[in-house]
Design a binder for this molecule. Structure first.
Ligand code: AMP
Length: 395
């Protein structure tokens, strides 16, 4: 894809509207994870070092839009982000509560808008609001990949009213890593899709059949695949209505001479908890009251071998109930196999990141996308609104 990056433009003396995604988790009034703030800082520092001034915008949570006369609630305010950012970059930031028609930077280099999701018209991508944002700047810098699957006034419409639109540094990193893993990968490509349900990942699985050499499934998805082959699954989590779809995915892969490896043994328990014994069983020996909660050891060995031959790895979703130590081994070993392989690895999704952190693997994964919904939609093969904006504003 051809698109403009912030590093392609002369930004000296310009005002940039940077749409970042600093939608951080807040627990008991405190930020519990600063990753998204730190990811956004790269673009801010680059802009300041190159002589630009910044209008910074992010959303936080899912507040109601404010109607005329209402003021923002404390819990919806981005002040907590503004303070944390200001501290981290050691710069004063002016927080303004409404989107002004015009404003003065005074002696600030950064002005931050209040939570964009509180602005009337934000969520419906209202062009009037987009124009208002655009009037504040010379260049629109989209740096919010995690919001790139949404068409909102501060992620989409604003771009229509700016002559210059470009990707920020965080956005560029996300685009390049996705490109390397999915659009232009070195082969063989191995994808691992785990998690609880086929239904939430059906389109991802279908899309990946077009791109990968090995599709490894785990979790409830694996159970449904096993059921579709008439294997015993006891009372494991399965989606009976997706048995046919699972079969079709395997058929598509097989017809292309690609592989969907399946385990001979699995880790079972009678109940979904950490207290009952975890027993490794042959699939053929499963009792009707057994639940499959992790993959067996020999399958982890097989996955390790496959991954050692890979040049590109895409990982989304745990292959077992990794939150319970007894059923964490499959996901831990999978993560370790990926981390020690020399392949380019892209991992993403909430539970995948939790697993990576739990097993301390982050530094050996090539790229960990924090993008959640946007990454999943991309894996489904959808054109994200951010890409269509960057494409149509390319010059
Ligand atoms: P997802 O949100 O679809 O990525 O699913 C992640 C969740 O799937 C995690 O909380 C895992 O505990 C759960 N999970 C993984 N394997 C299994 C399994 N065999 N049975 C039930 N849940 C599972």
């Amino acid at each position: 894809m051809k698109y403009r990056k912030i590093t392609d433009l002369n930004i000296a003396g310009k005002i940039l509207f940077i749409r970042t995604d600093m939608n951080v988790p807040i627990i008991d009034g405190k930020i519990s994870d600063y990753t998204r703030i730190d990811s956004g800082i790269k673009t801010i520092n680059y802009a300041l070092e190159n002589g630009a001034k910044i209008v910074l915008a992010t959303h936080l949570g899912r507040p109601e839009e404010l109607i005329f006369g209402q003021s923002i609630k404390d819990e919806d305010s981005v002040k907590i982000i503004c303070d944390a950012l200001s501290y981290r970059i050691n710069k004063k930031i002016k927080l303004i509560s409404t989107v002004p028609a015009q404003f003065d930077f005074e002696d600030y280099d950064i002005v931050m808008l209040e939570n964009v999701r509180c602005n009337l018209g934000e969520k419906i991508n209202n062009p009037e609001l987009g124009k208002k944002y655009a009037n504040l700047c010379d260049i629109f810098v989209h740096d919010a990949f995690a919001s790139g699957h949404r068409k909102e006034a501060s992620t989409d419409s604003v771009g229509d009213f700016c002559d210059d639109v470009c990707a920020g540094i965080q956005m560029t990193e996300e685009i390049e890593s996705i490109n390397q893993a999915l659009d232009n990968p070195q082969k063989p490509v191995v994808a691992i899709v785990g998690g609880s349900k086929v239904s939430t990942k059906l389109n991802i699985l279908k899309n990946l059949t077009l791109k990968v050499d090995y599709l490894i499934v785990g979790g409830g998805i694996l159970n449904t695949f096993l059921l579709s082959l008439n294997k015993k699954v006891g009372k494991s989590l399965v989606e009976k209505n997706l048995v046919e779809a699972s079969q079709e995915i395997m058929d598509t892969m097989n017809k292309k001479g690609k592989k969907v490896p399946l385990p001979a043994t699995v880790i079972t328990s009678k109940h979904f908890n950490n207290d009952d014994p975890a027993i490794e069983k042959n699939l053929t020996d499963l009792d009707s009251d057994d639940m499959i909660l992790d993959i067996g050891v020999s399958f982890s060995d097989e996955i390790d071998k496959i991954i050692s031959t890979a040049k590109t790895i895409i990982w989304n979703g745990p292959v077992g109930v990794f939150e319970f130590d007894k059923f964490a081994n499959g996901t831990k070993r999978l993560g370790e196999s990926i981390a020690k392989s020399g392949a380019y690895s892209l991992a993403g999704g909430g539970d995948t990141i939790s697993a990576i952190n739990k097993f301390n693997l982050a530094k050996n994964i090539s790229y960990i996308s924090t993008a959640g919904g946007a990454l999943l939609e991309y894996l489904e093969g959808k054109e994200l609104p951010v890409f269509s904006l960057l494409r149509r504003k390319y010059k």
